[in-house]
Write a protein that binds this ligand. Structure first.
Ligand SMILES: [Fe+2]
Length: 511
């Protein structure tokens, strides 16, 4: 049971990665024999464009076998799984028709039993997981159940990336159109296509906001442009949820268009409870057939899905923003928690973060690099969490042992952060924030440009902030004194170029 739990934990842990590329499939498959005794196995994924099935991870299979069968044309085994949906558990693969192509390869490496379980997302075949035994020991029912659970979890885990991919490509498509033309132009173009398609004299997209029907885009001059109360158009309200397009009688139509014209209306389901209408305007003697109404419905569905996609993607964006803010807050409180232990460090991390960001902005760094620096600055001293209070607050000189303890904090800091996914890129910045430009710093004694630029920048800002704050063993320095001390250590402790830039821009940086 414990082994199963640890196998599933490992599986979920891998599938929870932020990017599909970060999943370590080898770790997933190598964890399986601890739960289901077997001699080899593979995860294969199918590419429908090339019709090829490729192994993405395996264990226990000889190199020769992998060489020949790493990538193969979709085999009969694959088609059988697609047709049958369930797992393929041949009593004797040597006489099973689906195994004819693989039989010899299997025999060559001494495989006796084999089981294959498909990985499906929304009914679409993604690939399969297969396990083999070199003993004549059939897979038990309970074991097959576990393999199916594992395949199911893989499918569920991957569906996140799969759906994101679809959403992203749809978004990309719409985004490109919108970026090229802008919303207004995009809707006008759609309406122009609709007008041409039906050969009518006007068309419009209306949205319903608090009982008011407001035009989002209108083409032609037969439709009125001012908002209209939906209460004056009860047929629209009654049919708001129908899927089909319908005709409005001429008299009622005149609420929205010039007399002598008539309207055909298709409801739009924008997102959640938001509704709208796609409206066609045509001369009242003009005949619109049922086929025309069916076509209008297709247009309205396309426009509805456009709105829904935009809405979903905005939500995804918002969620992502919220997640980033959440992580930021969490890190900030971690840093604050550290500072609360000693009054002398209050606001140290947040001030250092603010100065660093101002510094980097002044240097013209891009936003993602600045964000990385901000996080590193907030957490640069997080390793001090393991230093006892009496050392941190000691008013007198530290003993050699105490000093050694303090000097470990950049390493401890990186060890703490190592476990937090998504911010691993800040590890070197934190590790090296006490390196000196002349190589006399710690923990690695790096010299000059071997020290990451972010760490060189952080070292200056960190020291300056510490100098102008009081410490248990000394009062705060004045800004002028701090400036002089930093300048004196340019070239020895600090990068001379960055120091010059820092001092020249001190007022902007410490705003
Ligand atoms: Fe530090």
């Amino acid at each position: 049971m414990e082994r199963l739990a640890s196998c599933l934990y490992n599986l979920l842990n891998q599938l929870n990665r932020r990017q599909e590329e970060e999943i370590d499939w080898h770790r997933i498959i190598e964890g399986i024999p601890a739960v289901i005794p077997c001699d080899g196995g593979a995860i294969r994924f199918y590419n429908p464009i090339t019709n090829k099935l490729s192994i993405i991870a395996s264990f226990g299979l000889p190199r020769e076998y992998l060489k020949r069968l790493r990538e193969v044309e979709m085999p009969e085994v694959g088609w059988t799984i697609i047709k049958e949906g369930g797992p393929l558990i041949p009593k004797d693969y040597r006489i099973h028709p689906a195994y004819q192509a693989w039989k010899r390869e299997f025999e060559r490496i001494g495989i006796k039993t084999n089981v294959v379980v498909g990985i499906f997302i929304d009914g679409k075949f993604l690939g399969f997981l297969s396990l083999v035994r070199k003993k004549d020991l059939p897979f038990k029912r309970s074991e097959i159940k576990i393999i199916r659970i594992i395949a199911g979890i893989i499918a569920k885990g991957l569906s996140r990336f799969y759906h994101l991919r679809i959403e992203a490509s749809l978004y990309d498509f719409f985004h490109r159109i919108r970026a090229r033309y802008g919303y207004r132009r995009f809707f006008r173009d759609v309406l122009a296509m609709i007008v041409r398609c039906f050969n009518v004299n006007g068309a419009g997209i209306f949205i319903l906001e608090q009982k008011l029907l407001k035009p989002l885009s209108i083409l032609g001059d037969t439709l009125y442009t001012q908002p209209k109360s939906i209460l004056d158009l009860p047929e629209l309200l009654e049919n708001i949820d129908v899927r089909n397009a319908f005709l409005l009688d001429p008299e009622r139509s005149e609420q929205l268009c010039r007399s002598g014209n008539r309207l055909a209306v298709a409801p739009l389901l924008l997102h959640q409870d938001h509704r709208g209408f796609l409206i066609l305007c045509f001369p009242k003697y003009y005949l619109l057939t049922n086929d025309d109404l069916a076509l209008l419905h297709i247009w309205s569905s396309a426009i509805s899905s456009y709105f829904a996609t935009i809405h979903t993607l905005r939500r995804v964006e918002r969620e992502r923003g919220r997640m980033v803010r959440f992580t930021d807050d969490l890190l900030r409180s971690l840093a604050t928690g550290m500072e609360l232990r000693t009054p002398h460090f209050r606001n140290h991390a947040s001030d250092v973060a603010r100065y660093s960001v101002n510094f980097a902005r002044r240097l013209g760094w891009n936003e993602s690099r600045i964000n990385r620096l901000r996080t590193a600055a907030l957490l640069h001293d997080i390793g001090k969490i393991v230093i006892p209070d009496q050392i941190l607050n000691k008013p007198t000189r530290l003993s050699e042992w105490e000093w050694r303890m303090v000097k470990r904090h950049p390493i401890v800091g990186t060890e703490i952060i190592e476990g937090v996914s998504g911010i691993k890129s800040i590890l070197p910045i934190i590790r090296h924030h006490h390196e000196n430009y002349d190589g006399t710093g710690y923990p690695d004694g790096l010299r000059g440009r071997k020290i990451p630029t972010e760490s060189r920048l952080l070292a200056i800002v960190d020291t300056y902030q510490a100098l102008i704050s009081s410490r248990p063993y000394r009062p705060a320095h004045t800004k002028r004194e701090a400036r002089r001390i930093i300048e004196e250590q340019s070239g020895s402790r600090f990068d001379p170029q960055l120091t010059r830039f820092f001092l020249d821009n001190l007022n902007h940086i410490t705003r």
